[in-house]
Design a protein around this ligand. Structure first.
Ligand SMILES: [Zn+2]
Length: 89
């Protein structure tokens, strides 16, 4: 069993079976996605690695796909900005 400290500064603590240390897990306090750092030893208390901030979805896609979604978000934001300008005028 390993014990993880939430790295967001909240008081969240959780325990994980050593065999499942690589699986993403949610902080029971702030709902951030966490994982145990690589090379953690069984029975230790460590700061978890932050995978997604509280409220943010866990992104498991490859970096290339993440970039694609960023592009989509940028286009949507640009369209919204154009629509906003049209409404103002
Ligand atoms: Zn937390």
């Amino acid at each position: 069993m390993i014990r993880l400290r939430c790295p967001t500064g909240c008081a969240g603590r959780l325990q994980r079976p050593f065999a499942r240390r690589a699986e993403p897990v949610r902080c029971p306090n702030c709902r951030a996605w966490l994982a145990a750092p690589a090379g953690v030893e069984d029975g230790s208390l460590v700061d978890a690695v932050l995978l997604a901030a509280p409220g943010a979805p866990l992104v498991t896609a490859a970096p290339g796909r993440r970039l694609g979604w960023l592009l989509v978000a940028a286009v949507v934001l640009a369209l919204l900005a154009v629509a906003g300008v049209k409404i103002l005028w």
